[in-house]
Ligand binder design. Structure first.
Ligand code: GLY
Ligand code: MN
Ligand code: MN
Length: 420
């Protein structure tokens, strides 16, 4: 992403800030796992959105005083010994180039900088990214910083940037949409590779390996979320991700997976018969889910209340399941469809924003993922696309996969040597 994108995001933020304020955001650090291993490092998404920096420990500070904004990025001091073990850390020039922030300092100076600012001038406001999901949520560097600042400078008003930046992130810029489109396309290519190599009797992790191969060979280093590769009954477990079962002849395979591309996520669910042929019952249920998916896509347009998508899905499935006799009472629909049909998609897979309360707007990217799960028949079907809300309707960013039962059967016959 070009530094102009991050510079624009900061400018937009500065317009919302009170004067006599200090803003601070942290890149974060990898959490300790065990012994000398850490979990993989993921840059804090709001920090990335404002700076374009993807290295740990870095801190961003902006002061607004007398109407003037002064921005500083604090980076690690180069350490030749650590560089031999882990590689070089970002230089001042690289940090300027990535972020568009001119003033780069070393992290060693952060404490004295902060004290100097608070002791030397009258600040009234502190802005920090204070994400908190629950009382138990582990405290992040921002939360610790804000708590400490409140002890030393109790007259400060502390503001939470999390909802502000979340609202910014709901509407995607054209360059963000391109990253999500690319993530979706690579994800779709990975699914085609699974379709072309599936065979009854394969373990789920073998099927998963065909997906992973495409991602890794395209330079994708991270997944959007743990891959769900579930066959038969396992496909009826919403968050199954052990991927150790066997895709027996006659079973459906449900994939829910995504590539991450330049920190933006793709998210597709896909269901196919491992032997290349749907049974009449599988086709009957599949067709209901696909018709629902397509009806939802057509509803996407600016002004649509987000919650209408799920309300429609429940109405649609209720009617269809009553019609085929799977349920006798409308309220039983939740036995077979029990999640939400959509979420926002972006730097996070379940992306930020209070979109549940709002109406769709141009530039939003959401998923469309109806599913039906019938454990007693070992049928689990979910069909998921990534949809952009445009000025006058929608664009399916994950267009192009075989989706009808005929298209899937034909694709497997033509591309899968095991089907001959
Ligand atoms: N697997 C995450 C989702 O589809 O929401
Ligand atoms: Mn998904
Ligand atoms: Mn999803």
């Amino acid at each position: 992403m070009d530094k102009q994108f991050f510079t624009r995001n900061r400018k937009k933020l500065y317009e919302t800030l009170e004067d006599q304020s200090l803003t601070i955001l942290f890149a974060g650090e990898a959490a300790h796992q065990s012994a000398d291993e850490s979990y993989p490092f993921y840059p804090n998404r709001n920090f990335y959105y404002l700076t374009g920096i993807t290295e740990p420990k870095i801190v961003f500070v902006a002061t607004k005083y007398g109407g003037q904004v002064h921005e500083t990025l604090f980076i690690q001091r180069a350490d030749p010994w650590m560089a031999r073990w882990y590689g070089e850390t970002i230089t001042a020039d690289e940090a300027r180039e990535a972020s568009g922030i001119e003033n780069i300092e070393l992290l060693d100076k952060l404490d004295s900088f902060i004290r100097g600012e608070f002791d030397g001038r009258v600040y009234r406001h502190l802005y920090a990214d204070l994400e908190a999901k629950s009382w138990e949520f582990p405290s992040k560097p921002s939360n610790k910083f804000a708590a400490e600042a409140a002890v030393h400078y109790p007259y400060l008003t502390i503001h939470n940037l999390y909802p502000v930046l979340s609202n910014f992130r709901v509407i995607k810029s054209p360059e963000e949409i391109e990253q999500i489109r690319k993530a979706g396309q690579i994800t779709a290519d990975g699914i085609r590779h699974v379709l072309a190599n599936a065979r009854p009797g394969m373990r789920e992790y073998e099927l998963e390996a065909y997906f992973n191969f495409i991602l890794k060979s395209r330079g994708v280093t991270e997944f959007a979320f743990p891959t769900i590769l579930a066959s038969g009954y396992n496909g009826t477990i919403l968050h199954y991700s052990a991927n150790t079962g066997t895709a027996t002849d006659g079973s459906l395979v449900l994939l829910d997976l995504g590539a991450q591309y330049n920190y933006y996520n793709g998210d597709i669910s896909y269901t196919f018969p491992v032997n290349g042929r749907f049974t009449p019952r599988q086709k009957q249920i599949y067709d209901i889910v696909l018709r629902c998916n397509r009806a939802i896509t057509k509803k996407v347009r600016p002004g649509l209340p987000f919650k209408e998508l799920n309300q429609f899905t429940i109405r649609f499935f209720t009617e269809e399941l009553l019609k085929i006799g799977l349920i006798k009472k409308p309220e039983d629909v939740r036995k077979y469809y029990f999640h939400g049909v959509s979420h926002s998609l972006g730097l996070d897979t379940h992306d930020v924003g209070n979109y549940r309360e709002t109406k769709l707007a141009p530039g939003e990217v959401i998923t469309n993922e109806p599913g039906l799960y019938i454990p007693e028949e070992s049928i689990g079907i979910r069909i998921e696309d990534d949809i952009l809300c445009t000025e006058d309707g929608y664009e399916v960013l994950t267009e192009g996969l075989p989706r009808t039962t005929d298209e899937i059967e034909t694709y497997m016959t033509e591309h899968n040597a095991n089907m001959k």
